[in-house]
Structure formats: structure tokens, C-alpha cells
Design a protein around this ligand. Structure first.
Ligand code: KIV
Length: 276
């Protein structure tokens, strides 16, 4: 089977087929996701929250992304691997962006990078695409700017913000992005933007009118703790299953039923007798 790529995104948009994406940060989860047939895996900087226990994505480093991206890439022989450029790895200059994205492609073995923002990152998008690095853009709620937003909010509810979002979406398309993540955008606005763009939109909390969807895998498996946004559907309560399995393990170890003979290795009695 040929590995999925930017061509898959283009074809699916053209043929009005939905694109499926999930996040992954480690080999085991990425393998499960890849083998299930998803189109692309995002090594999201949400690994800061999900894997590293940070409150936000601001502290995530390029080294964090490189390590997790390589682990995910090793598992993905079918799904395309997109990796987030972490905060401040592309804001300083175009030169810096190219150097950092180059490392994510060469050392992390990603197939594309994702970065947050509109017009202000268009020079970076253009330069990356010119260098042969596909770029997924990200608009709406952009978590790396949490300190500017002052919280996680829906974006595009006023006429001014809706117009701004549409013009930013057209700008990143013009700069060469092959796809655009729309996070926490009202559903009808996300649908309208999707209809106006030639590149596919990937929604998260942005309704069914987007060309594809992405979720954090641990969210849709009920494995994350604390506040859960409205758009998260738990497809299987794996977190509860894990907790129950661990409670059973504790009980069986404590009462001596695990490990039974079935889970043990044997040795002949004559060997043991010779030791007495
Ligand atoms: O980091 C991430 O997981 C993301 C998705 C929410 C799109 O950017």
C-alpha cells in the first residue's frame, strides 16, 4: 500500500471524501492508529498537556517534538505524519523556521509540518513550501497564543472576527499551505470557509462542514483528565478499562492469584532436587 501524502488530501477534497486525522505521540498508539487506516497522524504539541503534564503547549521544545515525532514516524507505514512546530520555533525568522522544520523532517522523519497563525506566518509558509516541506496551517483557536487569547475560546463569533478568519484562511492557502486546521470555529462559518478554499480544512470543534476531522486520541478514548471541551466525543471509555485492569492486577498480586502456573516458567524437579 502506498503511504498517504498531500496527494491523498488533494484527492479527498476533490472527491468530497472526508479526511481523518488523530494525534499520536508514541510508537504504540501511533501503530494502533496507523493500522486502523487513518489518513494522517499529527504529532501535536498537545503532547505538552497529554504526555508531559504541562498546563499548555507554550513550554514544548523542539527536542520534545523531535523525539516524539521519530517514535510516531517509525509506526506509520500507511498514515502521513504531520508534526507541530513548537512555540517560538518559527516566529523569530524565516531562516530559523527553515532550520527547525528541516530538523523535524530529517531527524523526526515527518512528512509535513504544522504551524499556527495566518498572515504573519505566510512568509514562513511560502519559504517552507519552496524548500519542499509541505505545510498544514492552523487558525481559529491557536493554543500557542493562549497568553494573548487569555483562555480557550470559540473564534469567529463577530462579523469582524469572521471576516478576519476568512481572509487569513485565504492568505495561508495563497502562501502554499496544503491544508488548514480550523479549531473552535462556529460550524456554519467553518463550512463557509471550507467551501471557499481549494485546500481541505480539518476541523476540531468546528462542526461537520469541514473537509476532515481531527481529535486528540487520548480525548476520544476517554483517557484524559479534567475539563473536556464540548466537541470531544468519547468513542470508547478506554481510560476506565485501563483503571479497572490495573485495579484487578493489584488485587490479584495482593491475593496471590497472579501469576498462576499459566503465567510462570517450569523447571524439572530433578534439577531442583539436585540443589538441595
Ligand atoms: O496539538 C494538537 O493536538 C493540535 C490539534 C488540536 C489540532 O494542534
Amino acid at each position: 500500500m502506498t503511504k498517504k501524502s498531500v496527494l491523498t488530501f488533494r484527492k479527498k477534497k476533490r472527491e468530497a471524501q472526508k479526511i481523518t486525522m488523530l494525534t499520536a505521540y508514541d510508537y504504540t498508539m501511533a501503530k494502533l492508529i496507523n493500522d486502523s487506516g487513518v489518513d494522517a497522524v499529527l504529532v501535536g504539541d498537545s503532547l505538552g498537556n497529554v504526555m508531559l503534564g504541562h498546563d499548555d503547549t507554550v513550554s514544548v521544545t523542539l527536542d520534545d517534538m523531535l523525539r516524539h515525532c521519530l517514535a510516531v514516524s517509525r509506526a506509520c507505514d500507511n498514515a502521513m505524519v504531520v508534526v507541530d512546530m513548537p512555540f517560538m520555533s518559527y516566529q523569530v525568522s524565516v531562516e530559523d523556521t527553515l532550520r527547525n522544520a528541516g530538523r523535524l523532517m530529517k531527524e523526526g522523519r515527518a512528512n509535513a509540518v504544522k504551524l499556527e497563525g495566518g498572515t504573519r506566518v505566510c512568509p514562513q509558509i511560502h519559504a517552507l513550501v519552496e524548500a519542499g516541506i509541505p505545510v498544514m496551517a492552523h487558525l481559529g483557536l491557536t493554543p500557542q497564543s493562549i497568553n494573548t487569547f487569555g483562555g480557550y475560546k470559540v473564534v469567529g463569533k463577530t462579523k469582524e472576527k469572521a471576516e478576519e478568519l476568512l481572509s487569513e484562511a485565504l492568505a495561508v492557502q495563497e502562501a502554499g499551505a496544503f491544508a488548514l486546521v480550523l479549531e473552535c470555529v462556529p460550524d456554519k462559518l467553518a463550512k463557509l470557509i471550507s467551501q471557499k478554499l481549494q485546500i481541505p480544512t480539518i476541523g476540531i470543534g468546528s462542526g461537520a462542514g469541514c473537509d476532515g476531522q481531527i481529535l486528540v486520541a487520548q480525548d476520544m478514548l476517554g483517557m484524559t483528565h479534567g475539563f473536556s471541551p464540548k466537541f470531544v466525543k468519547v468513542f470508547a471509555p478506554v481510560g476506565d478499562t485501563i483503571k479497572n485492569a490495573i485495579t484487578d492486577y493489584i488485587h490479584e498480586v495482593e491475593n496471590g492469584t497472579y501469576p498462576s502456573e499459566e503465567y510462570s516458567y517450569s523447571v524439572g524437579d530433578e534439577i531442583l532436587d539436585s540443589l538441595y
